[in-house]
Every structure is written in structure tokens, then in C-alpha cells.
Design a protein around this ligand. Sequence first.
Ligand SMILES: [Zn+2]
Ligand SMILES: [Zn+2]
Length: 180
Amino acid sequence: MTGTGEPPLPQGFDFFEHRRRGPARVEGWLPTVHFNLGGPVTLADAQPAVRTGQCQCGAIRYQAAGEPDDPHLCSCEHCTRIGGGPAMLWVGFRGETLTWTGPGGEPAWYASWPTLLRAFCPRCGTQLASVAEDSPMVMVTAFSLTDQSGVAPVGHSYRADAAPWMTITLAPEPQPQQPR
Ligand SMILES: [Zn+2]
Ligand SMILES: [Zn+2]
């Protein structure tokens, strides 16, 4: 193997650089509104589906937009210990759509792995989100969502490591949408 030097930085918002620099706001993390000026404007263009969520005490609230992606359970050692249960249920949204809207502002962050940050409320401890260094997605904990429709798990990561008494029925993968 030949050395290739520094790995390329991920595209878009660099969450880890953001954390290293401190609390300064990064423009790329602010919500972006897209206007479709070149064609017919649909309701979906004008008002992407927005979901809200919060911690138990309400200090940390968030909103994220778009279709929830890849809802899945995870029974890895970190999720079970941090979550205090047999699995955590994660669901993804595009990272640039997520904003922190509660009186507590941003949550606290913990790196459970060098390339994975987990967000939690520093007041009540609720686990809220995770961000992987090379992913454009932010995963939120499905049970922190206000509207929990459409987030039944379609997968179960680290299923072999799950508590042996944990039996679940996964939801079928959503069918690809027909082109309109
Ligand atoms: Zn809280
Ligand atoms: Zn996990």
C-alpha cells in the first residue's frame, strides 16, 4: 500500500471541522430554501415535509425536512450501552435540512467513534442524533420525533449481537416510486 497523504475532506458541511473550531455558525448548516423558478411550482417544492423532534425536557428541539430515510434499529455495543436498551431506532434526513430550534440551542456532542458524533441533551440526557464523518445524512432517534409515522425499521444493524430474546419483525423495504 502506498501512502496517499491526507484523506479528502467530505463534501459540504464539515461537522468535525465545525466542532474543532468551536461554536461559530457554519453557513452550510443553516436551512436552505430552494425555489423552483424555472418550472411549475408544486406543493412539494414549496413546502418540503418538515418533521420536528425534541428531548424529554424540551431544552433541545430540532426540525428536519424530507422523506425519512433508512429507518433501522441498531444493537451495536455503543447504541445498547448509550441507549440503555436492546437497540436504538435511527432514521435519516439530509444534514443540511436539520436545525436546532429549542431554547437550549445545539445539543452536546460525544464522539463514540473517531468518525461518529452523537448529539444529546446536556440537561436530560436524551439521545437525539448522530452524524458520521463521511455521510451527508444526519440520523435522528426515531422516538425523539413528534410524528413517528413512516419510521418502522426496515433493517437491524448488529442483529447478531442483539439480546437473544429480542425478536422483531422488520417492515418491508419501501417500493421505489414510479416516475411521474
Ligand atoms: Zn433535554
Ligand atoms: Zn449502533
